[in-house]
Ligand binder design. Sequence first.
Ligand code: G3H
Length: 496
Amino acid sequence: MAGTHVFGEIIDGEVYKYYADGEWKTSASGKSVSIINPTTRKPQFKVQACTQEEVNKVMEAAKVAQKLWARTPLWKRAELLHKAAAILKEHKSPIAECLVKEIAKPARDAVTEVVRSGDLVSYTAEEGVRVLGEGKFLVSDSFPGNERTKYCLSSKIPLGVVLAIPPFNYPVNLAVSKIAPALIAGNALVLKPPTQGAVAALHMIHCFHLAGFPKGLISAVTGKGSEIGDFLTMHPGVNCISFTGGDTGIAISKKAGMIPLQMELGGKDACIVLEDADLDLVAANIVKGGYSYSGQRCTAVKVVLIMDSIADVVIEKVKAKMAKLTVGPPEENCDITPVVTESSANFIEDLVMDAKEKGATFCQEYRREGNLIWPLLLDHVRPDMRIAWEEPFGPVLPVIRITNVEEGIHHCNASNFGLQGCIFTRDINKAIMISDAMETGTVQINSAPARGPDHFPFQGLKESGIGSQGITNTINMMTKIKSTVINLPSASYTIG
Ligand code: G3H
């Protein structure tokens, strides 16, 4: 159970502690932040409201710990990560329980998130020892005017202190996707978990604590964005920010100093369906892509752009599959569960009502109880409707009928977002041409968008983000290149 047995030390009364200097601590603020269960809409957990002074201390400790960590052999860093991964998987049940209660993730998916996270940490350890174990050796005489009098050794060195800010929808997986690369690359790590999902993230951090990482190297601070949000992201002790979330990321990018940023800020992933597609495959992927975790994935299918001639058939197939989706509490493994907050539900409802007023066809009756919104497909959506462009982050999916593929590409590219997109066609040549034309970080051919497997490069264009994620890219992003040049008194040619 959450907060008991090995996790007993991370809670003080009914408030979860924050993690600093290798210990679980109670904030001097004496204040806490409540986490509302999206299903019951009642307070479920409380976390510490950390102060700016506590953030300062965390940063100081991180700086000191990082210097020693950077001198710790790669194989030892990897060994500790493997240990943390095993502990994480061993304790998947209490962590998954938090995900169910904090973010209403269906129980089975919650367990999957924790296991996937353990695998991600192990893979990162393995990848890190190879990627970071190699550098470059250059000689000077390949550049005009030079003899071979200089040897350049270039290697990767850590950035320093990495600030990780994951989103509510994957508070464990998208935290470890930042934590593990940061650590294997020799950085210290400060985690600011999302409020919804904070307790799952604190349990995950405890697994790293149990693995035995040095004091101060990893910390997790919780609290109000108004008190510590900007303070953290603008802190002079931070050398890199890895953020996943909404458009707060744009504000962070503008305020952050001259440090590397990795940002993933959502998407409006288009699904373009051509006449020659396998229509059963299309329907299955629209339902999986549009409605899994109630549409609360940045990579969810968020607009279907379908050739008018096949739209009726596909919509009937989609409706038949949607009728089988179960709706209810996450504890019962329902497909559709309550969305994360009441304000999210209100936002989704506003988009739906706007589409209704402007004449969209509802394929099902709109229904909502509290934060629970029944899955809805909206046909005949037009570009003047908000839902054609905005990201609902809920189980409501617009369909726009098109008469040629150029219309589909145009709609996809007119979006402010550019995360992923997908195309359904049996003609691979056509698929490649369309993929080339789509301004998105990834295009999936004949499958719904998805981030994983976690070692694939994952990136967004335009307002969807900065930089590329995926295990290898994140390790590289969290390092910088250092060159050491050996200047020889005379030219040295190793061959003849
Ligand atoms: O919500 C954003 C995530 O990166 C999506 O990950 O494709 O594995 O659901 P996913």
